[in-house]
Design a protein around this ligand. Sequence first.
Ligand code: BGC
Length: 754
Amino acid sequence: MKRIFTIALMLGWVVALHAAKPTMDQFVDDLMSRMTLQEKIGQLNLQVAGDITTGSAQDTEVVGLVAAGKLGGVFNLKGVDKIKMLQEAAVKRSRLGIPLLVGMDVIHGYETIFPIPLAQSCTWDTTLVREAAHIAAREATADGINWVYSPMVDIALDARWGRIAEGGGEDPFLGSLMGAAMIRGYQGDYSGTDNVMACVKHYALYGAVEAGRDYNTVDMSRLRMYNQYFPPYKAAVEAGVGSVMSSFNIVDGVPATANDWLLNDVLRRQWQFDGFVVTDYGSIGEMTNHGLGDVLHNSAMALAAGTDMDMCTTGFLNQLETALAQGLVTEQQIDVACRRVLEAKWKLGLFDNPYKYCDARRRARDIYTDSNRRAARAMAAQSMVLLKNAGGTLPLQRTGKIALIGPLANDRANVAGTWCVAYTPERYSTLLEAMQRAVKGKATVTYAQGCNLTADEALQRAAEFGKTIPRGDDATMRREALEVASQTDVIVCAMGECADMSGESSSRATLELPDVQMSLLKELCALGKPVVLLNFSGRPTVLAWEQEHVDAIVNVWFGGSEAADAMCDILFGDVNPSGRLTVTMPQCVGQVPIYYNHLNTGRPVATGDSVYHKYASNYLEVRNDPLYPFGYGLSYTTFAYGEPVMSAPTMALNGSVDVRVRVTNTGACRGVETVQLYLRDPVALISRPVKELKGFRRVELAPGESREVTFTITPELLQYYDGNGVPHLEPGRIDVMVGPNSRDLHSTHFDVMQ
Ligand code: BGC
């Protein structure tokens, strides 16, 4: 009897608990049954709220929209107080009290800024990348944000495109791993107050804009989409990304935002994405310029194609009721989109506690902390790529006199890189400050700016870049720099692009060092002293002259808030460089787009061939090889590779095979080597790349130490897609290549058997 009573009691609890905590479906069903059509449409509207200020905010337009239930979310608003005030307006003043999504472009950190994503990928370290995203999420949530517009996983092969800075480079395999790591770092399982929802972007093909000009047209075969451009988006879905942002460009003639094939067929049916799709900024409005029609038609088309939330056009808010009345959309389509947005809010726990991310006490505890800064500094040092080091110029000794020259040497606003909405540059160090700390009084550092960022003041003003870098007379500055440099033992040049010369709307038609910087560098080299170039860049730049004449080159990218200290860590050898390029660096801009995993063509020219061949696929003035290949990067030590050995000569179609290689540190100091595996399928039903990265391993070795590295090759690594997204793998030979970069490889092979 007692037992029956206990069981009944337990059942009662279960029922009671169940009643207290409905499932997501039950909750959303119930909520939607109480929503009017206008309230449902309101959830699909997303707007910027950057102009909100506490105090007068009660009267602003955004608060009015929130209270009227006409906003599903806001973005790029900084400050937990302002965000809490808006959230209160949603919860207390709107009829159903539905909380807001609060988004931000947290691209590579919040106030602690990590290296730009392109540089992050050069660490080849997914654990570090995941941790950086988690720290960014912790800082952002401490300030009220619950949704971040990252990662950008657009494959980019064209260095002219400024947004190459925001992605993981040119390779689909590495890019997939980087994007997935970021998503896991941001989202966790949504249970913590330090988890945000990620938004993978820009789906799809945004990185393939013609001529590298931002917002330009894209045209591509489906074969290429599935094999080269889609994998990182697919990997993001597999990593559980909560939202997807559609891209500005057309895909197969139809803007991505209204592309039924892209959103409904590929994203939702083939890849089983179950989150929501938001447009990019004003994308629905831009469909008119693409030639698709008016905003009524375009809003209807976007909704029907599977777009759920409209960023900044207000097409959904203002047109969907009319579209419904005219039969252009169905009520069910509005319901589906509304449900997806509400589900996102449910996943984030906002219905349980709308103020989950509004704890003002967290700022002091979680933002720009010493440990966050240490992580950013370590990652920045690991992302920098040593491109040349003639005669062991680096690391520098902490003795004698060092000249520090260049427009980027004494500026704190540019070190972090493009697009840091929440950054606080007044707290970041300049390279000059960091270097003075780093020499610990044992060497002297003398500084001169040397030149302007570019000679063209009008361009600089129009593009609004490098505003914080003082402008002066180039001839006078150059004289001063040469004077300073001639009295020192070594010259360190901090030159290159400023932060805003990459990123959105910053396409370039040339890739060399800007004019006046180049001529100053030439004069400094003519002094005959050792010259080190720290190349600041948000993209692969052209360093052909520098490779011939400068003693040492470090591509420092933009390393984030702690970049200045990290550069010194590399310069003085406190950290041994281990960054490896994830983009090919061209010899000249005419080679662009240039990438290592290209197809062979019918008239190929062998890598390293030094002469022009008539009727072969090459240029008259320059050879096909890049200046620095994908995967390339030096260390202060050296490594030697043994020959790769297969565990078996064959692999079954559903089996696997291992390849082993021995790597030895042959130099004088401890270092990290990134061992890279490339595969080639030389005979297939379609033309396949000359090689594709399919594995990598970072190994740390003491001088003289050697380690065997094993990669397991599975059918998933070998298969390719047809134009319908169906994977294929046929029996036959597979070439296996292992080495330190995509050029200097040791090969073997095996056969896939039926
Ligand atoms: C960019 C997106 C960004 C959005 C919101 C757009 O211009 O393309 O990457 O997330 O603005 O700021």
